[in-house]
Design a binder for this molecule. Sequence first.
Ligand code: PEP
Length: 251
Amino acid sequence: MRDKIVAGNWKMHKNAEETEDLLNELINKLPADAAVHIIVAPAFVNLASAVQHLEYTNINVAAQNMHQAESGAFTGEISAAMLNGIGVTSVILGHSERRAYFNETPELLKNKVDTALKNNLLVIFCFGEELKDRQANSHFELVEKQLSESLFHLQEKDWANVILAYEPVWAIGTGETASPEQAQEMHAFIRKTVEEKFGPSVSQHVAILYGGSVKPDNAKEIFSKPDVDGGLIGGAALKADDFVAIVEAAV
Ligand code: PEP
């Protein structure tokens, strides 16, 4: 049995004060002993304070991005070692917004994955098809390509530190959700694809999260599917009551 994971991607929302308020609400309202791994990903400038704030809780902190180089003359960028150094435990890589607006390519993501793992960060790797791919019935092929281009060079041992997040682009921030059946169908395909390349011990242990307009009223049904191991939550992660309800749906 794989543990359930619920991660909240706060994107470019919440200033320092709002971050503290939301964290306090989450600390007060989230079940302290829930058998669910809880992760929040505030903006870079609020990561250090979030780590301190959450020190004695079961909530872990992720970054939303990082640079692929270990260090260097990359003005404005943040390295994996810097994140690790302040107690951030994981990093979201490959989010569709980074692919679309910041030209993140499969090759770049491959490098970012390697650097994150080398610096002991857990990678939450996002991928998923656009609406046009689904309409053309090429969504399975596309997802397989995204996995193979950025993750198939890994060693079996690396997979202990990788979480997959299937996020159909047409469902992100749109209010349109993949049906629980569509999510299960794709998650089963992803697990089979990983199994064919790395074997059952990797495929049976890797967590595959679903992301795309997960809300309190649809979370339970989606999370109940056998290959859905939790969710990556955008909009609903910004409201404590909604995020708490989604975590409870995963229990
Ligand atoms: C996301 O951006 O990863 C996401 C899943 O967003 P939303 O839940 O708002 O669709």
